[in-house]
Design a protein around this ligand. Structure first.
Ligand code: PAF
Length: 297
């Protein structure tokens, strides 16, 4: 079926209300476009589990700080429409800035401590922007299953918290990170990497695996796991470490000693590209409770 592009909130609501009235389940994949295999995996999950699949493409200005890459953010609407169609998307919602934010935004959604560390520390206004636009998109799309990648692990935690706190009628589904063959997590921002930086970038995943290996070897001191990961990034001349951390997967607080279901997260700059990635691990918890990439000791 060809994908149908919708640009107004009113038309999208009409179509999705009609689908729900006909007892069809709505699947929603929110994106900022420049779609890749990671997004495609979310679309295929939505296609398999729901009846009408909608993907939004909106580069949300609220989640970029003034010095960040809003204007440079890569865009390819024709390529995005083709990828969406190939992966079973029915409706592509591509609102203009004016459609989403017709006037000055006075309302902002803040999610509290889950948004504060890690990305929240490095990008202090980022998660308010994400939570605000996702709340708005959920209000537009209505009751649905919404699919998010685990690659943005903290974003997923922020969205889950917000949905629970505000009783938003959306079921949030987290999907595994999709990687290149050498371990680099797929991201639209990988487009910023020069060939040399691209060649160096798998060090992020190697650092995470090193952290997991330290936990598997019995490390329960978070500082030891942090140092093991940071050493790899610091040894790569093209990479500049932002953070390497190990946290409780549910609260994002740092347990000391490490215990339960954990998430290891790294953020590093490679020139203009800031890459983030994460993997799961566990100490004394069931292996299933951690991610498929995780470990258990
Ligand atoms: O993950 C993204 O692409 C964005 O943060 C999202 C969820 C579409 C909100 O703008």
């Amino acid at each position: 079926m060809p994908v149908t592009t919708v640009t107004t909130i009113a038309e999208l609501r009409d179509r999705l209300d009609a689908a729900r009235a006909a007892e069809q389940r709505v699947g929603f994949v929110p994106t900022m476009g420049f779609l890749h295999e990671g997004h495609a995996s979310l679309m295929r999950a939505a296609r398999a589990e729901t009846d009408v699949v909608v993907t939004s493409i909106f580069v949300n200005p609220l989640q970029f700080a003034p010095h960040e890459d809003l204007d440079a953010y890569p865009r390819d609407l024709a390529g995005d429409a083709a990828l969406a169609e190939d992966n079973g998307v029915d409706l592509l919602f591509v609102p203009s800035g004016g459609e989403m934010y017709p006037g000055r935004m006075r309302t902002s959604v803040s999610v509290g401590e889950v948004a504060a560390p890690l990305e929240g520390h490095s990008r202090p206004t980022h998660f308010d922007g994400v939570a605000t636009v996702v709340t708005k998109l959920f209000a537009i799309v209505g009751p649905c299953r919404a699919y998010f990648g685990e690659k943005d692990f903290q974003q997923l935690a922020v969205v889950r918290t917000m949905v629970r706190d505000l009783s938003i009628p959306v079921e949030v589904v987290g999907c595994p990170t999709v990687r290149e063959a050498d371990g680099l997590a797929m991201s639209s921002r990988n487009a910023y990497l020069t060939p040399e930086q691209r060649a160096a970038s798998p060090v992020v995943h190697r650092a995470l695996r090193t952290g997991v290996a330290a936990i598997e070897a019995g490390a329960t001191d978070p500082a030891e796991v942090r140092a093991a990961m940071a050493a790899l990034i610091d040894a790569e001349p093209l990479a500049e470490l932002d953070y390497a951390e190990v946290v409780d997967a549910a609260t994002l607080a740092v347990p000391d000693p490490l215990e339960g279901t954990l998430r290891l997260l790294v953020a590093a700059r490679f020139g203009a590209a800031r890459l983030i990635d994460n993997v799961g691990a566990s100490v004394g918890a069931t292996a299933e409770a951690a991610s498929t990439e995780g470990s258990s000791t």
